[in-house]
Design a binder for this molecule. Structure first.
Ligand code: UDX
Length: 462
């Protein structure tokens, strides 16, 4: 029988405290986890920064506790500024979080609070909770393979893989973490090396200080990587993904979704449409945007493209990106451009036959679970490693442009290969098999369902 939070406590609901990192790719899995815990009888309290704060009105079932972050505005989308922002948010929130957490502990009876689940990038919050005797678990929102890379990072630096000195080193295979090459590891060149080391060391420290690691992945996708983490870490690892399957419509979107694109999809032929989206942070140069647009136009394939404000590098996050003149006329009737889409529903739609993605982990997992093969264009962070797994382990997609500049001819050819080519069809077949494997994991007595039961039992025992 499933563990529930009121069992054994005189029917009183027990509280789980959550603290997401305030970025879309981290908010979504944390809200999905909130849905899972709430459905199992836990009362949920969400601590959050002012920056990218959630809309509490959309979640009347949770309690929200704002933590002043004292930071002015959003970082630019450049990756080094995101990393600095994450590190700075930790310091900026530490004292305020201590005060808010102490107040919440004084209000709820102490034994009613089970634990804090914090994002892996919030080490300072984990430390604060522990000093106040609150047990912690860590949610890492990327893949198991990616976190194994974090754990191995100091060793990989010792062995001379990092920092990268010459571009010729990028294709060197990482023998300790196959099938990664150096370019697939998180890295930022020698200038940003210390910053990345700090970020990853903190994430590993947060897990080691905690009573468990929660991963949004599943056995059928990453069994060897999960086994490796279980060997290397002294804490229990709960592979409870893909979380969106347990907690659909978790409502974590920061931007307003344009739902009209679903009606357009309704009248398209099955598996005919290419869905294009580069997530919430990745940005591209103006020329790359133009080449992408003309490649999509030239492919002749129907498309749904998310062009979010701020997509062009160096522009304000709310500045609309402008597509090249003549693009709309060239593609009229064949495609739709929106600023933000209901992505889970789009990928589930029978008209969608391919996904051109930046391979953020959520997008990758969402695509895998809907059996949609991928065209990969990773930008930074864990995305290169995710794309590597898509192409070389699961074989459900391939990279376009190989990290170099994009040309419209390359884009056209890649889109046709995925959508109408024979190896695209093979990738689609494998993607369908992975979809079925994912459904088994999330189904009754599947590995992820059992991991959720173990996780809730563990939380209630803390
Ligand atoms: C970031 C990093 O880029 C990523 O590599 C890391 O794994 C998590 O943090 P992001 O770039 O936003 O995430 O990408 P991703 O992880 O794919 O998350 C994007 C989320 O936004 C997905 O859950 C997706 O469903 C949602 N989304 C995206 C929409 O709802 N609508 C859209 O139009 C686009």
């Amino acid at each position: 029988a499933a563990a529930t939070a009121s069992a054994g406590h005189g029917g009183r609901r027990r509280h789980v405290l959550l603290f997401p990192l305030p970025y879309q790719g981290h908010i979504n899995p944390m809200f999905r986890l909130a849905g899972v815990l709430h459905a199992r009888g836990c009362a949920v309290t969400v601590f959050h920064t002012r920056f990218n704060g959630p809309d509490a009105a959309r979640h009347p079932e949770y309690r929200f506790v704002p933590v002043p972050d004292g930071m002015s505005g959003a970082p630019s989308v450049a990756i080094d500024s995101v990393v600095k922002h994450i590190l700075a948010l930790n310091d900026a929130c530490e004292a305020a979080f201590r005060e808010r957490l102490a107040a919440v502990l004084a209000e709820y009876s102490r034994d009613a609070v089970t634990c804090l689940v914090a994002d892996a990038h919030l080490l300072r919050m984990v430390e604060v909770a522990r000093r106040l005797a609150v047990p912690t678990l860590v949610l890492r929102t990327g893949s198991a393979a990616c976190f194994a890379g974090f754990v191995a990072y100091p060793l990989l630096c010792d062995k001379g893989y990092l920092p990268v000195q010459e571009s010729s080193e990028l294709d060197r295979p990482v023998r300790e973490l196959p099938p990664y090459r150096v370019r697939d590891l998180m890295h930022m060149g020698s200038d940003g090396h210390e910053l990345v080391c700090e970020l990853l060391a903190r994430a590993v420290a947060a897990v080691k200080l905690s009573s468990g690691l929660i991963l949004n992945t599943f056995d059928a996708l990453e069994a060897p990587e999960l086994a490796k983490l279980r060997r290397d870490l002294a804490v229990p690892v709960f592979d409870i993904g893909p979380l969106h399957k347990f907690s659909p419509a978790a409502g974590g979107s920061l931007l307003r979704e344009n739902r009209s694109c679903l009606e357009w999809l309704d009248v398209q032929a099955p598996e005919s449409v290419l869905y294009v989206s580069f997530g919430s942070l990745a940005c591209m140069g103006g020329r790359e945007l133009d080449e992408t647009a003309w490649g999509i136009a030239g492919s002749g394939v129907p498309f749904l493209w998310v062009v979010r404000p701020g997509l062009v590098c160096g522009r304000a996050p709310d500045e609309p990106a402008r597509l090249p003149e003549g693009f709309e006329a060239a593609t009229r009737g064949r495609g739709v451009v929106v600023e933000w889409a209901p992505q889970e529903e789009v990928l589930r739609h029978r008209a969608v036959g391919g996904f051109w993605t930046h391979n953020g982990w959520n997008s990758t997992a969402e695509s895998v679970c809907e059996g949609v093969p991928m065209l990969c264009r990773p930008h930074f962070g864990d995305q290169m490693g995710n794309a590597r797994y898509v192409e070389h382990v699961w074989k459900v997609g391939f990279e376009v442009g190989d990290g170099g500049e994009l040309e419209r001819g390359t884009v056209e050819a890649a889109i046709r290969r995925l959508m109408t080519g024979s190896d695209g069809a093979e990738m689609r077949t494998r993607a369908r098999e992975l979809k079925m494997a994912a459904a088994e994991c999330t189904g009754n007595a599947g590995s992820s369902e059992l991991a959720i039961v173990r996780m809730v039992t563990h939380i209630l025992s803390l």
